[in-house]
Design a protein. Structure first.
Lengths: 122, 158
């Protein structure tokens, strides 16, 4: 059964690049859904029960960290990772406390995806 | 609040290193320092604001040909296929990534704004902000300008 991944980013080009990088990292068979803000991400994560959420941090309507908190508050234990242009220690700590498994900083490589996703067996 | 005088200011070398990393990740061809200081007379400009312990802006500017090519390469499309919206999206994302990497050099805590993009503009004014660092680069024959401005942001934060 194919892995189901949700890619959330307000930038269409970044969603495309993340999906391209997932394929390069060996996740070419994954079924991928896209969300353009945190609110859409919450809807998909809660209703469709995907295997993995990859989310930008800074998005309109609802940002990624608030989306993660809502997803957890609604009982979902989906594996969640950030793909963001910011990677400060404070943000990593905030992400971890909210229940994120990893944080990948832009710009990224396929190897960074392999390492992060491999570490959580996603 | 940290005073402006004791804050590290990203150097031209910092901005060049960030640009090299971002360009190498998302588009073909090297981006190099251009000592001649190319002039942008009709620029496509993307900015992000950083607000918090340090307040300022990061700006990227390039010309229409390069902006279109950046978008085309990021979307994996032909140059003549990309729309203005796609150019704005791609250039805004470049500013977001460069801005995020600049933010990492600055005092915490702070937040990064969403990008703003102006297509084909002659000038952009940021009241209260002062340019601290500028680097002029060249990519595929086109000028690429990156600068860091310090000063109160009007839209920093969420």
């Amino acid at each position: 059964m194919s892995m189901r991944i949700v890619v959330a980013d307000d930038s269409a080009v970044m969603r495309k690049i993340v999906i391209r990088t997932l394929r390069q990292a060996g996740y070419g068979d994954a079924l991928i859904a896209e969300a353009s803000d945190g609110s859409e991400l919450v809807d998909i994560a809660v209703n469709d029960n995907p295997d993995l959420c990859l989310s930008d941090w800074n998005m309109p309507v609802m940002n990624g960290i608030d989306a993660l908190r809502q997803i957890r508050a609604q009982g979902s234990t989906v594996t969640f990772g950030f793909v963001t242009s910011e990677g400060s220690d404070a943000m990593r700590q905030t992400a971890e406390q909210a229940g994120a498994a990893f944080l990948i900083v832009k710009p990224f490589t396929a190897e960074a995806f392999q390492a992060a996703l491999g570490s959580v067996n996603a | 609040m940290t005073t402006t005088s004791d804050v590290y200011v990203p150097s031209a070398q910092d901005l060049t290193a960030i640009a090299e990393l971002v360009w190498a990740s998302y588009v073909d061809g090297d981006i190099v320092v251009d000592e001649s200081g190319p002039i942008l007379d009709s620029a496509f400009i993307a900015t992000v604001a950083i607000g918090g312990e340090w307040n300022g802006h990061v700006l990227i500017g390039t010309n229409s040909v390069a902006a279109r090519r950046i978008a085309a390469q990021m979307f994996a499309m032909e140059d003549d296929e990309v729309s203005d919206a796609e150019i704005g999206d791609a250039l805004g994302e470049m500013a977001n990534i460069v801005g995020g990497n600049v933010k990492a050099l600055m005092p915490e805590p702070s937040v990064l704004s969403l990008p703003q993009v102006a297509l084909e503009t002659r000038a952009i004014y940021m009241p209260g902000a002062v340019q601290k660092t500028q680097v002029d680069l060249r990519w595929e024959g086109a000028p690429v300008h990156i600068s860091v401005w310090e000063g109160q942001t009007s839209n920093g934060g969420k």
